[in-house]
Write a protein that binds this ligand. Structure first.
Ligand SMILES: C[S@@+](CC[C@H](N)C(=O)[O-])C[C@H]1O[C@@H](n2cnc3c(N)ncnc32)[C@H](O)[C@@H]1O
Length: 332
């Protein structure tokens, strides 16, 4: 009886883990550009040869692809992609594959360190240089959803000067800069590599400038009509967040906007990913837990920032956009 239970449990774990294969397959395909290679019917030999890959391992990847319906055999030892809409686009096309890359190279290996970290009461260190580009690119996937909410405020308030703190590849200010050509946009970003990329992507826009700067040593030259802080709060130690809100508030002109995109810490009834994020951030000695809903409201209240809205961007990830208005002198 006990042996049967053991078998049942083992089978359940295996079954539960099956979806991992889809992510793994898509990740490898994205990383090595294999879906593009098999766009037309190709033999494994030709692909291995053209991309200089190990043929035996490629054959394994193809076999799994066939079994999960991402590839099909087309005869004469040739294979081709199937269900194209389910597969990530190739690299550099704002592909969803970058999320797989972040998950597989960063999140899953981190979660697997839990036993060691718990035993040793230790933490990992988040390697900015290694991951900054991937993380900046993944955050851009949210742009489509969060952008309209920023554009709306910008228009409403007829903002002349906008600052984006931790702008990453500058996706938001690039788009906003095109839509609002008479507004001046500045992005600051700490990572040199990411700054280079942002500069390259906004090179032909006169109203967008990118500076390499640490937000802790920065102060804008003149008051801003809107300041954005998108997906940066988990880089800020807990005890410094209130002070940061106060500092940023002092950079905003009365009536101006402070716009924050962040996942908010989940509770027991939130979607699992909202909680997983915190397990991930908590694994590093230089990343910090997500804010709670009450905190986001309180930090605003303490900084002359009146909350205008707190809305979801992606429900599954517990992602929110929070927007505040800087109180005018008389309202304080
Ligand atoms: C997750 S990315 C978000 C990028 C972009 N804001 C977005 O939402 O698409 C966070 C960015 O903040 C930058 N960053 C972290 N700490 C910073 C600091 N102290 N000063 C300036 N930028 C910082 C990181 O290098 C990274 O590119």
């Amino acid at each position: 009886m006990i042996d049967i239970m053991k078998m049942v449990k083992a089978r359940t774990y295996m079954k539960r883990n099956e979806p991992f294969l889809y992510s793994w397959h898509a990740y490898v395909g994205y990383e090595l550009d294999l879906f593009k290679a098999f766009e037309r019917p190709m033999t494994q030999f030709d692909v291995a040869d053209a991309l200089e890959l190990d043929e035996q391992l490629l054959a394994q990847w193809v076999a799994i692809g066939v079994s999960i319906g991402y590839l099909k055999e087309t005869g004469r030892n040739r294979y081709q992609i199937k269900n194209r809409w389910k597969l990530p686009k190739s690299k550099g096309n704002n592909s969803s594959g970058v999320l797989l890359k972040e998950m597989m190279e960063l999140h899953i290996p981190t979660l697997l360190e839990y036993p060691k970290m718990m035993r040793n009461q230790s933490r990992l260190h988040f390697d900015e240089d290694e991951h900054a580009s991937t993380v900046a690119e993944t955050s851009r996937l949210l742009e489509v959803l969060a952008y309209p909410k920023m554009a709306k405020r910008l228009k409403e308030k007829d903002c002349r000067r906008v600052l984006d703190i931790g702008c990453g590849e500058g996706g938001y200010i690039k788009k906003l800069g095109q839509r609002f050509p008479t507004t001046q946009f500045t992005g600051i970003e700490i990572s040199e590599e990411v700054v280079e990329k942002a500069k390259e992507l906004t090179a032909n826009q006169n109203n967008v400038s990118i500076e390499q700067a640490d937000l802790w040593n920065y102060k804008p030259e003149s008051p801003q009509d809107m300041v954005m802080l998108n997906n940066v709060l988990h880089y800020i130690p807990l005890e410094k967040r209130q002070a940061l809100f106060k500092e940023i508030s002092s950079w905003i002109a009365p009536g101006g906007i402070f716009s924050v995109v962040t996942p908010i810490a989940g509770g027991p009834d939130s979607p699992p990913f909202a909680n997983v994020f915190n397990s991930f951030f908590s694994s590093f000695d230089n990343l910090y837990r997500l804010p709670k809903r009450e905190e986001v409201i309180e930090w605003g209240e303490e900084s002359d920032l009146e909350i205008l809205s707190l809305r979801t961007v992606i429900k599954e990830g517990g992602w929110y956009i929070v927007q505040y208005e800087k109180k005018s002198e008389s309202a304080r």
